[in-house]
Design a protein around this ligand. Structure first.
Ligand code: NOJ
Length: 666
């Protein structure tokens, strides 16, 4: 038996190997701050792990391993044949993000397993212990007796030590546009998609998700107290087709003492490879507008015809508006041939470099360039993947030719090419291919109906945002009337932990005459606060531009940035309220967003996060005295006052209301 304990950068990695009687072997790996411990054990040849933090059990002994096709298991009869350790302590810089510098520090142990009998196959489990949680992945080394293989099931379990509350989303892997609910872990009787967020009875948080899902199936969770991995299958029923050497994604368990630590965990990003794009200058975080809300109001169409939205005339108007209002880009949907079959879901007619005749790309792109406005073009595929893949290069070359550096992709149909699920290995390969190919043409991607994000943006920062959330568009047409007031107090700490969300806030007209019964269920001040509470480097001002005219509160959208030096969640409770402050990447200014659910709330903001000794002008956009999302949603008061790091303000939030504050350094 090999047991190598290595000394790296003068640090001993805290791994100890104990061999107990009865054939039970245990190894422990400790986080850099010494608080979190992973214990790996073999029991009668089966691999297990458990986690404790601060001496308290977080996960009880949980199984690991795989079932392979043909009733073959890769989860028993193992012995440890080696242990390798490593550690890292580095800081890297993000081209865009919620903060600039990311700290990546962990201790690692790679446990090398081999079956004792039979084919004597090898399987490594790599554990990393960070101060903000633990991660592990499986490695299938190159070997004689395991070459091409099929994974029938992943057996990884997450056996929570306590029956705490869990925020989760019932699996809907076509687009993840489902509301999150809170249950006891023991009440989970369905399949849920990660990330899930657990609130412990002692006020802490556990997030279970994955990182670097590159060539595998998405991990969902089933079970109750003992949640276990449930991989999305191919149409054949196989979960993963693999060939050694091969690795699984990282399974991550973030452990946070409070909401600020939860939101600021960068484990998922740290577990992805560094950027493969050397020059990222062309990747532009920005706010954008678009004719899009008109389509949701039925006043414009994606298809050709009398009220076609993507016309040269409309584009010129939107470009003018963007240029005059500090908005970086204009999104255009329905500009390309093929939409006429869209409503029946036929995506095979889409042509991604053939504009409709009333969309003069030469003229529009020239005008946009003169005005310094970016065009975000839309590639709806309707999940006709073969059609899209056959045009990927030409579509991105077309965009590049016209100076278009960002494309919003869409996959509205339930199955890829009518048979494969979005989050299957097939789907994962497709989404990855799009992002990689786009990078070759200097095109950034904002995916709608994506696979749940797992941090690819570290490696490909041109993956600038993804939807995968019940966005603001639901307020225009959903049968249940719109997103409920609590929704945006939940998603920053569930879906939002997986990466930027293209939620598209900023609707200023709350009802849709085309769909009576639907409503934006917020006050206007809450719409503004969402630009700070929800993170995305591309944020839409989602309404039609006419609705921003003569609205003084639009000023907040004009000035709010989308790229940040630093993010602090000052206070909150998932499902009730959130107060977030972010510092602009390019100035000493801060922005604050406070939002509440259906209940009015008085909250206190302590500004001690501001630089001591400095004076700031706070421009406060707050709910009017009688504001209420149901009865008086547009009531807003805009006022100014000077503040310092000693200031404490009380904010009165209306039912489903909010406050947005621009804090300018004087
Ligand atoms: C659904 C997307 O979320 C939406 O943004 C888009 O406009 C439509 N699909 C059409 O592609």
């Amino acid at each position: 038996m090999k047991n190598r304990i290595s000394k790296i950068m003068g640090l001993f990695v805290a791994v100890s190997l104990l061999v107990a009687c009865g054939g039970k072997q245990e190894q422990r790996l400790t986080s850099p701050d010494g608080k979190t411990v992973i214990t790996f054990s073999l029991k009668n040849g089966k691999p297990f792990y458990s986690i404790e933090k601060g001496g308290k059990a977080v996960l009880n002994t949980s199984q690991m391993g795989f079932a392979l096709a043909g009733n073959d298991s890769l989860c028993a009869d193992f012995q440890v044949v080696g242990t390798q350790t490593d550690s890292k302590n580095e800081t890297w810089e993000q081209p865009w993000g919620e903060e600039i510098l990311v700290h990546n520090q962990y201790n690692e142990a790679k446990i090398e397993l081999q079956e004792k009998t039979g084919k004597q196959r090898l399987l490594n489990i790599v554990f990393r212990a960070f101060d903000d949680g633990i991660a592990f992945r499986y490695e299938f080394p190159e070997q004689e007796n395991l070459k091409d293989f099929e994974i029938a099931d992943e057996l990884t379990e997450f056996t929570l030590a306590n029956d705490d509350s869990i925020w989760s989303q019932h699996l809907f892997d076509r687009d993840y546009e489902v509301l999150y609910t809170k249950r006891l872990i023991s009440e989970i009787n369905d399949t849920v998609s990660t990330p899930v967020t657990i609130e412990t009875s002692d006020g802490k948080y556990i997030e279970i998700h994955e990182a670097a899902l590159i060539d595998f199936a998405k991990m969902n969770l089933t079970g109750c107290r003992s949640l276990h991995a449930s991989l999305t299958p191919w149409a054949t029923g196989v979960k993963v087709y693999a060939k050694t050497p091969f690795v699984s994604p990282w399974r991550i368990i973030v452990l946070a003492d409070n909401l600020n630590e939860l939101a600021n965990s960068r484990m998922m990003l740290n577990l992805n490879e560094p950027s493969k794009i050397a020059d990222t200058q062309w990747i532009e975080p920005m706010k954008y507008v678009g004719i899009w809300w008109g389509m949701h109001m039925n006043t414009m169409t994606w298809t050709e015809g009398p009220i076609h939205g993507a016309t040269t005339k409309n584009m010129m108007r939107y470009i003018d508006f963007a240029a005059a209002n500090n908005i970086g880009g204009v999104l255009v949907e329905g500009w390309n041939v093929g939409w006429d079959g869209y409503m029946v879901g036929d995506g095979t007619k889409f042509k991604f470099s053939t504009p409709y005749p009333d969309f003069d790309i030469e003229k529009i792109s020239r005008y946009a360039a003169e005005k310094g406005v970016a065009i975000i073009s839309h590639n709806e595929t309707a999940a006709a993947i073969s059609n899209y893949e056959s045009q990927l290069d030409s579509a991105f070359a077309f965009a590049q030719k016209y100076g278009i550096h960002a494309i919003k992709t869409g996959y509205v149909n339930p199955l890829f090419d009518g048979k494969e699920r979005h989050s299957s290995q097939y789907g994962v390969r497709h989404y990855r291919k799009v992002v990689e190919t786009a990078a070759n043409y200097q095109v950034a991607i904002d995916t709608h109906e994506p696979i749940m994000p797992t941090g690819w943006q570290r490696t490909y920062p041109n993956l600038i945002a993804q939807e995968g959330v019940r966005g603001q568009e639901w307020d225009a047409w959903s049968a249940d009337g719109g997103n409920p007031p609590e929704h945006t107090t939940i998603i920053p700490f569930t879906r939002g932990l997986a990466g930027p969300m293209d939620f598209t806030p900023g609707t200023f007209n709350f009802s849709n005459p085309a769909r009576p019964g639907t409503r934006v269920q917020t006050t206007i001040a809450k719409q503004l606060a969402l630009y700070v509470v929800i993170y995305s480097p591309v944020q839409m001002a989602s309404d039609i531009i006419e609705n921003y005219v003569d609205r003084p509160e639009f000023e907040f959208i004009r000035v709010v940035p989308v790229d940040w030096q630093k993010t602090i969640v000052l206070d909150g409770k998932i499902g009730d309220f959130v107060i977030t402050a972010r510092k602009d990447k390019h100035s000493e200014n801060w922005y604050l967003g406070a939002i509440t659910d259906e209940n009015a709330r008085r909250v206190k903001v302590d500004f001690s996060f501001l630089e001591k000794g400095k004076n700031y002008k706070a421009v406060i956009y707050k709910d009017g005295a009688n504001a209420d999302w149901k009865t008086n949603p547009y009531s807003i008061v805009i006022e100014e006052q000077e503040i310092t790091s000693d200031s404490v303000l009380e904010l009165q939030l209306a039912p489903s209301g909010g406050t947005a504050i621009q804090i300018q350094s004087l």
